[in-house]
Design a protein around this ligand. Sequence first.
Ligand code: G4P
Length: 190
Amino acid sequence: MELLKQKIIDEGIVLSDQVLKVDSFLNHRIDPPLMAEIGKTFAQQFRESGITKILTIESSGIAPAVMAGLELGVPVIFARKRKSLTLQEDLYTEKVYSFTKKEESEVSIARKFLAVGDRVLLIDDFLANGEAALAMARIVHQAQGEVAGIGIVIEKAFQDGGSKLREQGYRVESLARVASLRDGIVSFAE
Ligand code: G4P
């Protein structure tokens, strides 16, 4: 997605050869027109996939997921990282190990929001090692649904999440694939 790549070039800050900061339009401040285009692009890619629900993880996955849900006309569920006062009912819970943060956390969603046979599109802001996407996929499988595809805003193609997910047979569509962040410069893969 050219608009997104240009935004990354214009506003992305390379913090190290592993980490790209994009808090001016994705992780802190959100650019609504860009997010609307992101939603339209995901919808074009997955329109024929019979999607019935979108699943993401709070917090930065929510904006692109909502815009895609609006375009596809399906509900959006976000997995919660902390158990809330109101989230005490029957839950699906999975562990997510973050290589970036070197810690394990849990994500949960209420069982009532996923049904047997749901065709779920997973959406997330970043794909690094794929742990978040795999945890979402495990939740969908717990609910006896099907992962119909995975939509990623920015894939760090130099980390192994993308190949791990594709090897497992998932259709992964990334709107920008970053090949390297060496020398403070963002280079894109095909
Ligand atoms: P993984 O799920 O692909 O294995 O990713 P990892 O554990 O490495 O990432 C942990 C968190 O860091 C995730 O956000 C992920 O989106 C984010 N992240 C990973 N690499 C980058 C990067 O290069 N730049 C930025 N900006 N973020 C990155 P999170 O902790 O769930 O945060 P949020 O969704 O609440 O914003």
